[in-house]
Design a protein around this ligand. Structure first.
Ligand SMILES: [Zn+2]
Length: 260
């Protein structure tokens, strides 16, 4: 009985960021949860929380190395992206019109409050910080509307990813930048097969039920083919002390793209 109750609470909180609009009590609940993990071993750059361990996510009390932040629910990839954005872009400095594709709550909860940013969140579904429910292969904005774009772990879900990349390139201003991340296997070429459509088969072939491909190193070429200049910032090249301090993983690679 006790276990069943915990399971319900866990389910309720663990996916809170993907709910249509997360409830008022989620933030206080997450603070209470995070108080159990206060410590000096790690820091979450997304929320600034100092903690003794990362968790399995949501309201879980189970510890997981480089797992979720108990305060803001950031994954390792979000912490990595936040650090990159802070250290290598003008996102925290200049006045920017930012397009965040499928906003990741661990990032958007702070980005929407930053006075220098005009935040525009888009997704197919109505979720927290999503202003427009749109398909990124048909973006209804004028060309060169945005100074910056964040697109984290989205393209592996999109059947016509080349069209989506082209659309994002189109709406980006000249001189602007776009940050892309995708799950990637550098040891092979991109693997995709449009005839594989069932969730079971997609999980078997692409690793997740909703993924439509596994990207390889040639992902860079897809970005370049749409006009971007591409700089790959490899996760394995991050300083060891930062990996340990922020709970990062080697396979969190950032594709920083510019439109010149
Ligand atoms: Zn955090």
């Amino acid at each position: 009985m006790k276990r069943a109750k915990y399971g319900k609470l866990h389910r309720l909180l663990s996916n809170f960021a993907s709910r249509p609009i997360h409830r008022w009590w989620v933030e206080p609940a997450m603070i209470c949860h995070a108080l159990l993990f206060v410590g000096n071993k790690f820091v979450c750059p997304c929320c600034g929380w100092r903690l003794r361990a990362f968790t399995h996510g949501g309201a879980s009390l189970k510890v997981r190395p480089s797992g979720y932040c108990p305060r803001c629910n950031s994954k390792a990839r979000h912490r990595r992206d936040w650090l990159f954005l802070k250290e290598s872009t003008n996102l925290f400095v200049d006045r920017l019109c930012l397009l965040h594709v499928s906003p990741k709550y661990a990032l958007s909860r702070r980005l929407v409050k930053m006075p220098n940013i005009h935040f525009v969140g888009i997704d197919l579904e109505k979720r927290t910080h999503v202003a427009y429910q749109i398909d990124i292969t048909k973006i209804p904005f004028e060309s060169e509307s945005f100074d910056a774009i964040i697109c984290i772990h989205v393209l592996e879900h999109v059947e016509n990813d080349r069209k989506a990349i082209g659309e994002l390139f189109r709406v980006l201003k000249k001189g602007g930048w776009a940050l892309f991340t995708v799950p990637i296997d550098f040891g092979r070429a991109t693997y995709e097969n449009p005839s594989i459509v069932s969730p079971e088969e997609r999980k078997k072939h692409f690793g997740e039920e909703q993924h439509v491909r596994v990207y390889g190193l040639d992902f860079t070429e897809r970005l370049k083919a749409c006009g971007f200049e591409v700089h790959l910032d490899r996760g394995e090249d991050v300083a060891v002390e930062n990996k340990e301090k922020y709970g990062l993983l080697d396979d969190e690679n950032v594709f920083y793209c510019t439109k010149t």
